[in-house]
Design a protein around this ligand. Structure first.
Ligand code: PPS
Length: 574
């Protein structure tokens, strides 16, 4: 191996996968061992441990390493390492575990991926960890949120023996271990390689930046996007990879290569930049691009950025020599329309006309189906984004009616259903209270617990319909606020729309109508737990629309809903 391709710290590239005979031995012995089902983040960490992307680590950190990583950015032996790689487990699980125990590490399906030889069981000060690693305990920071609110309280440290890497069935041809990436470089004769880390779709600014770096250095380029876990709300990796593939054709032949990295990011800014450089060095690169706000977690709860835009560059600059990686710092790239070219913002004379489109503006343009200019992103990339983020009038949505029995929910819902069917274009499903209770929830009664379960089931079905571009109309009583809010969050989280309509017809009117004779029975006590009579109805404070049907016809009410949907952009011209 050429010298410059050596892993950092002079050590060998770690490979924790054992041979078949040892794997069989471990699997047989594991019948006696406790099993831990890895969380999605732990799965990512284990994959990079096993593959050697985290060289020189050979397992999850023991307390001495964890502590020194937090305070000094170094392992106990002094090796530079900025990020805790720990296995957090529950108190219940930790009860039977002691130093010398072995734990079988399994994926969600129970497949054994590795054996952990426990060398330490410890309860870290997680607040101190957050403060030293991320410089804050503000849980708006996703890395802090994980440490303080999601991680389990007990950490297990020790050596890992890998049996198999976690299975991936997506984009297999683009996934490669550090050893495979190095072998590929050797085969291609790439001795000088600059890596680009990203968790976002790449637009022309990124293409220009990476190309500039490659040209200046006379180096080849490794586009190395993270496809493990990124910042909540990011573009999903399926869409991103299609965008990267589309972009790849715009680089000169034989210059650039795309490879996917199953890393779980911490959004740790400066420390994360150092970590990223180590991981890339393990993949055989020589140079690493660090741009503005590298691995930035966004703003804190007071609206201020957690880190300065160039803090990451400053920290890596201090350590690049020790790591044997050359940092390629870049300022933000901006577009100069008069010259039709991009340039780093620090190279542009004052007064020059520049253009840029922020992430928020891009999302808005996509939602409204507006033009995405080709100076901003290549048309093939824009087309991929449009496929995943269609304009609002092509997205799915849920209209959720809530209100007392007899308030008119079902009638309005039925009128809305036929109006939307008349319009066509998207499939429409009506989940009426009575229908759901006959099918989805036939075994449920009317206790709070059963009502909540019923509403959650409706919410789940509606979220699936919405996610897949359809229209769900729901019309249960849904008397409890917290479960309605939970549904709103699940359904909105699909990327589609959610509209809550409170059918606020007063109880007296509903009771007077008493179409099904249920109110009379409820008054007589024949029907128990009847909403409005002997059971509560919590009036929603977050309704998007409130309709009282006392003086409004079903057509008029449905029209109000349609106008609201039009106003929000969910229905309209194609
Ligand atoms: S809930 O609370 O949202 O789960 O209720 P839902 O699934 O919409 O079911 C309400 C329909 O069931 C009939 N029904 C009752 N409603 C309220 N309370 C009690 N105890 C009750 N028992 C039976 C009633 O017909 C409701 O239908 P709608 O269409 O709302 O009149």
């Amino acid at each position: 191996m050429a010298d410059h391709l050596n892993p950092p710290h002079g050590g060998e590239l770690v490979d924790l996968l054992v041979d078949d005979a040892r794997a069989a031995e471990l699997k047989a012995a594991s019948r006696e061992w406790p099993s831990w089902d890895l969380t999605p983040r732990q799965l990512c960490d284990l994959e990079l441990l096993i593959s050697g992307a985290f060289s020189p680590l050979r397992g999850f950190m023991v307390s001495a390493d964890h502590q020194r990583v937090c305070t000094d950015m170094r392992l106990a032996d002094g090796t530079l390492w900025p990020m805790p790689i720990t296995l957090d487990v529950t108190e219940e699980f930790a009860e039977g575990i002691e130093v010398g125990s072995t734990v079988a590490l399994r994926d969600e399906e129970g497949v054994m991926l590795a054996a952990l030889h426990v060398e330490d069981v410890y309860r870290p000060d997680r607040e101190a960890e957050a403060r030293s690693v991320f410089g804050t305990t503000d849980a708006t920071h996703p890395g802090v949120d994980y440490v303080l609110n999601r991680a389990n309280p007990v950490y297990l440290g020790g050596r890992v023996e890998g049996i198999q890497a976690p299975a991936h069935y997506d984009y297999r041809e683009l996934r490669a271990t550090p050893a495979e990436v190095r072998a590929e470089f050797a085969k291609l004769g790439w001795t000088k390689v600059v890596a680009f880390q990203t968790r976002n779709p790449m637009h022309r600014a990124h293409a220009e930046l990476t190309l500039r770096a490659a040209k200046q250095l006379e180096a080849n380029l490794l586009i190395h996007p993270v496809v493990g876990m990124t910042k909540p709300g990011d573009v999903d990796h399926y869409t991103r990879v299609r965008c990267y593939q589309a972009l790849l054709g715009h680089y000169p032949a034989h210059t650039a290569k795309l490879s996917l990295l199953p890393l779980a990011m911490r959004m740790g800014g400066p420390r994360e930049a150092v970590w990223h450089a180590i991981i890339r060095k393990n993949h055989g690169i020589t140079h690493f691009i660090v741009g503005r706000d590298h691995a930035g977690p966004g703003k804190d709860s007071a609206g201020n950025p957690f880190y300065g835009p160039y803090d990451a560059q400053q920290l890596l600059a201090k350590h690049e020599a020790e790591l044997g990686v050359t940092m390629v710092p870049f300022q933000m790239m901006v577009y100069k329309p008069d010259e039709d070219e991009y340039a780093p913002v620090d190279e542009i004379p004052e007064g020059t006309k520049t253009l840029s489109i922020s992430g928020t503006e891009l999302r808005e343009r996509l939602a409204k189906g507006r033009e995405i200019p080709s100076w901003f992103t290549y048309p093939e990339v824009a087309a991929e984004l449009r496929r995943s983020y269609p304009p609002r009038h092509q997205q799915g949505f849920t209209v959720f009616f809530t209100g007392l029995s007899g308030s008119g929910k079902s009638t309005i819902a039925n009128v809305l259903l036929v109006k939307l069917l008349e319009m066509g274009g998207r499939p429409v499903t009506l989940l009426d209270g009575d229908i759901v209770r006959k099918n989805l929830s036939s075994e449920l009664g009317f206790s709070k617990e059963h009502r909540d379960l019923n509403i959650l089931r409706i919410g789940y079905v509606a979220s699936e319909i919405t996610k897949n571009g359809g229209i769900a109309i729901c019309a249960p009583i849904a008397p409890y606020d917290s479960v309605r809010r939970e549904n709103r969050s699940v359904i909105s989280g699909t990327g589609g729309g959610y509209v809550l309509v409170h059918v606020a017809t007063p109880l007296e009117v509903c009771e007077q109508r008493d179409r099904k004779g249920l109110y009379a029975k409820a008054r007589e006590g024949i029907i128990k737990e009847f909403t409005g009579i002997s059971d509560p109805y919590e009036v929603p404070e977050d309704a998007d629309l409130t309709i009282d049907t006392t003086t409004v016809t079903p057509e008029e009410a449905a029209q109000q809903v349609l106008l609201h949907l039009e106003h929000e952009g969910f229905i309209g011209a194609d």
